[in-house]
Design a protein around this ligand. Structure first.
Ligand SMILES: Cc1cc2nc3c(=O)[nH]c(=O)nc-3n(C[C@H](O)[C@H](O)[C@H](O)COP(=O)(O)O)c2cc1C
Ligand code: SF4
Length: 514
């Protein structure tokens, strides 16, 4: 039977993948053709979705973007034998956008049926767990430390150090919490992996539990991710049934239970302590630190809070060793980062690359420049609290330290591209407004400062005491940077100051007097 692959990823679904799959079912049945339609994850080349791949003796052949009205003509042209058609793309893995990636964490996404444990096992799944079960807890943590993995949620904190703290924290009960709130604008790598390869996250969390002695895990899932929730729950059920979750995992005597919990729908609930409050059933208010969640976390117990991608990177580290993973990257940024290209870009999608590539290469060689065809003016990297980077900074390598050196952040690896029609003073005002909306309200610089920030930007743009108000805005940013309790208020100045410094003309300021 011929196998067709049509993605079940939310992006593909929003572009009509469900209708395309239905049309293939109907048309092939009408023609008496026997096909099996596998609903895989997305390959991440969004401009080609809905992508349809067919398994042929020469390998998989792709067509895209396919709409339901194309289906009859595609079948007429011989799609089931991989024959030519205007939408023919050949082997998708030969496209430069795909070929030049380093797919470590996303190795299986787009290839397997996401909720088939059989597919997962046949494609190197659970090899990391198998190795982990043969190691002492401290040895597992050592692999993670040796890999150089740093948290992919935003702060880039070394994962091995966090795990070691929880390992050494006394406590009968410990927890593994996966931060799947993914609130940053222009980011979707967490969603894609949860929809496209949920077992890799489950395996990563199970390894984490065994490493630090935690028997219960929770995935705090962004409430707007219904498809991820379905995929995760299907995979969790299969893992329980087959002895990969629950008690006595694969006969090892180790226990790990896992549940998905829906997020509360607030950006600040992605901040780890606010997330823990929310998971405990309370309002998402940020906690003071110390104590760290690693010592006093969920329900007051030692807790690992890690991002989806951090945890999903663990299976390959335990499979191939910390040194293997460390071989990718540059400086202190080791391994790969699944970059997400969004906004005004010709080729939006997911691009997993080793650290070190420049922003320019990513934007032009792979992103293809702006979708509008106009010059790219600014790129906001790292979510709504990330800096706006001007053209003069596009040669910066994708590396945590190189970005920090110019007052920018890589964060969760999301890029939102703007062409020369974007007004950066509007964007700066939006950043302050976003902070007004999303502030948890616990500390004054963020709660009050953001409202004052909107007012000051309005005055600058309206030409009211321009010089005085610009100085006041800088002063306010300084207070928010240094005086906020968490990065919500503490990083809102990043987009504001970068807009002011690199695009003063949008505020009606002379470049040298900004
Ligand atoms: C306002 C705010 C929102 C955040 N949102 C997220 C989020 O959606 N997902 C995430 O993984 N980390 C988010 N973080 C970072 C977390 O607080 C925390 O650093 C992270 O979950 C730790 O995991 P990691 O070490 O694997 O990155 C956010 C932080 C702040 C201040
Ligand atoms: S910075 Fe904002 S979100 Fe963070 S604790 Fe203060 S008020 Fe809450």
């Amino acid at each position: 039977m011929t196998r067709l692959f049509i993605s079940r990823d939310s992006t593909a679904l929003s572009l009509g993948a469900e209708q395309v799959a239905y049309a293939f079912t109907q048309h092939t049945a009408d023609r008496g053709q026997s096909v099996e339609i596998v609903r895989n994850g997305s390959r991440g080349l969004f401009w080609l979705e809905p992508l349809v791949e067919v398994e042929t003796p020469q390998g998989r052949v792709a067509y895209g973007p396919v709409q339901e009205e194309d289906v009859a003509a595609l079948l007429d042209a011989g799609l089931l034998e991989g024959k030519p058609h205007p939408l023919y793309l050949g082997n998708i893995e030969e496209q430069p956008y795909f070929k030049n990636q380093n797919r470590l964490t996303f190795a299986r996404v787009g290839i397997t049926d996401p909720v088939s444990l059989g597919d997962y096992l046949a494609n190197d799944g659970y090899k990391g767990l198998k190795n982990a079960l043969a190691l002492q807890p401290a040895e597992i943590v050592k692999h993670v430390t040796d890999s150089g993995l740093r948290g992919r949620g935003g702060a880039a904190f070394p994962t091995g150090i966090k795990w070691n703290t929880v390992l050494n924290a006394p406590g009968e009960q410990k927890y593994i919490v996966c931060n799947a709130d993914e609130g940053d604008s222009g980011t979707f790598s967490d969603r894609m992996i949860m929809e496209g390869d949920p077992f890799v996250l489950i395996e990563g969390m199970t390894i984490a539990g065994i490493a630090v002695g935690a028997t219960q895990g929770y995935i705090y899932l962004r409430v707007e991710y219904p498809h991820a929730k379905i995929a995760l729950n299907q995979a969790i059920e299969a893992a329980y049934k087959n002895g990969y979750l629950g008690e006595n995992i694969q006969g090892s005597g180790k226990t790990f239970h896992l549940e998905v919990r829906s997020g509360a729908g607030a950006y600040v609930c992605g901040e780890e302590t606010s997330l823990l409050e929310s998971l405990e059933g309370k309002r998402g208010l940020v906690r003071f630190k110390p104590p760290l969640p690693a010592i006093v976390g969920l329900f007051g117990k030692p807790t690992i809070v890690n991002n989806v991608i951090s945890l999903a990177s663990v299976p390959i580290i335990l499979d191939k060793g910390g040194e293997f993973y460390k071989n990718y990257g540059m400086g202190r940024s080791r391994g790969t980062l699944p970059l997400q290209l969004a906004g005004n870009i010709k080729h939006p999608g997911l691009f997993e690359a080793a650290f070190g590539m420049t922003l320019r290469e990513l934007l032009y060689d792979y992103g293809g420049g702006s979708a509008s065809g106009r010059p790219i003016r600014a790129v906001q990297v790292g979510g709504p609290l990330g800096a706006y980077m001007p053209e003069s900074q596009f040669d910066t390598p994708l590396d945590y330290e190189a970005f920090a050196a110019i007052g920018a952040v890589l964060g969760h690896g999301g890029l939102v591209v703007h062409d020369d029609t974007t007004n950066l003073a509007d964007m700066a005002r939006y950043a302050m407004e976003f902070c007004v909306e999303e502030s948890c309200g616990k500390c004054t610089p963020c709660r009050i400062g953001s409202t004052r920030g909107v007012e000051i930007i309005d005055r600058i743009v309206a030409d009211v005491d321009k010089a005085k108000n610009t100085e006041l805005l800088r002063d306010l940013c300084d207070t928010m940077l240094c005086g906020s309790l968490c990065a919500m208020g503490g990083m809102t100045p990043y987009p504001v100051l970068s807009a002011l410094n690199h695009f003063p003309e949008d505020f009606g300021l002379h470049p040298t007097k900004a």
